[in-house]
Design a protein around this ligand. Sequence first.
Ligand SMILES: C[S@@+](CC[C@H](N)C(=O)[O-])C[C@H]1O[C@@H](n2cnc3c(N)ncnc32)[C@H](O)[C@@H]1O
Length: 330
Amino acid sequence: MASTPDPSSSLINLVQSLSHVITYADSSNVDTNRKLWDNYARDWVCPFPSSIPNLLQFPPLGTHSNLRFELILHTFESTDADWVVKMVQNLADTKNTAVSDYLHLLGEEWSDKLSFQQVLEDFFWPNLRETFVVAELGSGGGRVASRVVHHVKELHCYDISREMLKKAESAVNASLNVQGAAQVTTKFEYLQTPRFPSSATSQYDFVYAFDVFPHVDLHTQWRYYQEFARVLKPGARAIIHTANLEAPEGWDRFSQQDKYSVGGFYFMVPSMVLTLVAKAGLQVVSTSIDVKEVMGRERRSNIYYNRDFMVLVRKASLSSISDPLNEQPS
Ligand SMILES: C[S@@+](CC[C@H](N)C(=O)[O-])C[C@H]1O[C@@H](n2cnc3c(N)ncnc32)[C@H](O)[C@@H]1O
């Protein structure tokens, strides 16, 4: 008896026969990031919800061995409690710390605490003032925002992932409640495209993107560098953070990657970053390479300096005295 043709195999045959004339449209880097991070945030489970009030406490700084942590390609995988605990157990400075004391927020599984704390000390605290209106691009679960919010007057968190924005908002609010913060205004805003609102032109005293551009392609990064130049006040500063092929742990990681994916890293080298920075009309204030040199042994094991490249930039200003860091509150 003759069997009935399977409609799906006819379709496959048709597609195969046309394959030489079909081109597939790439989904944009922004859309793919959005899907990845929405899923990550939706599935993320805090293994220790009761520890959230300890949010601002860092463990004492102990010995810090070289970080052997590799971000597992978690693209579209579940970020459930067991997975998160495993990520944390791979971090260098969890050896003498209970995981429950360590992890409070989405994102704290991405690096050891000491590296993160050093970045806050080197790049954030010296550049913030209580009078500042600040923007974070790619605020994720609020790991940075929930700390920064205590140092500024206004904090605007932007992200392309609505699910991440919900996490950031609850993390920032929890942090403000615990600390009994004074008058801080916060805003959490969804970005459909790589562009801040038109009303943001020359509005910000400080802008930062931390742990965002390692997942973002070159052209999208370039759009944001220009956006930073647009939204900063004259003389104001910003932090740009990218993956670095020339850094030792950057190279290790690159050589283990078969191809770029948003769950992996998009690698840059410092000269590319510095070229785009200059083309965007921004000036370099300092870089993670300078910080490592000055701070020596203390920063030897910092994952963000050994794998990535961070640059503090400044928007040019016509007046040499226009520096928001030195302005007195009116
Ligand atoms: C690894 S998380 C970092 C989150 C946070 N900055 C931190 O350090 O904890 C990356 C974040 O960047 C956001 N992101 C990715 N691509 C983006 C883009 N093109 N524009 C804005 N945000 C983006 C993601 O949605 C995610 O929240």
